[in-house]
Ligand binder design. Sequence first.
Ligand code: TRH
Length: 397
Amino acid sequence: MLISMRSTIVCHIFCTVIDNFGDAGVCWRLARQLASEYSWKVHLFINKLTVLKHLAPGLDSKCEQQVLAGVAIEHWHNLRFTKPISTVLSVANVVIEAFACHLPPLYLAAMEKCPSRVVWINLEYLSFEHWVADFHLRTSPHPRYALTKTFFFPGFDTHTGGVLCEQDLDVHRCNFIKSLAARECWWSTLGIPKPDPSAISVSLFSYENPAIDALLEQWRDGTDQLVLLVPEGKISRSIARFFGHPIGSRAFAAGTNVSTCSLSIHILPFTDQLGYDKLLWSSDINFVRGEDSFVRAQWARKPFIWHIYPQANNAHLQKLDAALTRIGLTLESRPRDALIRFWHAWNGNPMYKILDWQDFIQHREVFRSRAYAWADELAAIGNLAKNLSIFVQNTLK
Ligand SMILES: Cc1cn([C@H]2C[C@H](O)[C@@H](COP(=O)(O)OP(=O)(O)O[C@H]3O[C@@H](C)[C@H](O)[C@@H](O)[C@H]3O)O2)c(=O)[nH]c1=O
């Protein structure tokens, strides 16, 4: 039985949170976009509602099933999937397994028996590497069930799935940037005075990082006034340690403001995803990490520094280089080399021992115009939700 393209697509997204916020962040963003822009009926099964609640504060993390922003959200626990699926749930037209999280066996069995076509997608992690284009949309038959899954690779080339971007994101960004009232309201909601135009504002979202001490020293002793905006989390604890507070103390919780010489630090509460975008739009330079914040920094059109998710045997450094090659492509050698040095030193590459802020920030204007041009290049690839919906439509027709 074929699905009529006029009927609503029902999509089940399965997400296992491994660590941090990226798995939940990507799935939540994708789920909302598919529901709001493509009118898909989206059901997100996620194993840690408490993690999703950080990004979606309206969520009730104690409620097993609820609807938020047009998405049905369900705590994915084994109980539901220990009964024959047909008695508790209908299989969807589109099943997205995020980051190879393994679908429940009873769900696979139900997919196999499903009379209508089911598109089974494994959404992969993001990378700039060239092999991604070769592997995007490759298929793999299941060893036991008569089912085939398709690997959907986000990426930065036309032959990849692209990256997530809501249709109206740039309109929202432009409206925010153009509106002095909106920006002043944002600063005052945080209880922070709007920085002097001569100061550099920096947002810092990163993993624990031994290089932070060197950076804080340079910012503190530098000639530029620097306003550091830090969402509460791993790195805020490292900053507390720099200021002599023992690890584990509640010092440097959200709301903390500290000034020393040229450096003012503000620890911010973790906000929803839109709030985080506003932080990126409001800062001159953004330190980001993982996957989703890295992409958002690119859409923010501001210079950014990526703390990549560390992997065994420094495998992540190759990914870092792939990103630098693309983003730095049109830069002249001096700014490009400074960018490479700074990103690598921030990521602890032993080949780049010195983290030199001045070396980086002297090219600020060049990095700013490159960030603009890069976002335009990225937009030309087409966004992930759109590419996914085109793939699904072509498969189901
Ligand atoms: C700081 C902040 C972030 N966010 C959001 C933005 C993102 O959706 C999310 C953070 O996710 P990321 O940037 O991906 O970083 P991350 O490091 O949190 O997540 C991940 O990185 C992946 C590469 C790994 O595979 C994952 O296992 C995970 O480690 O949190 C907010 O909504 N509000 C905030 O205040």
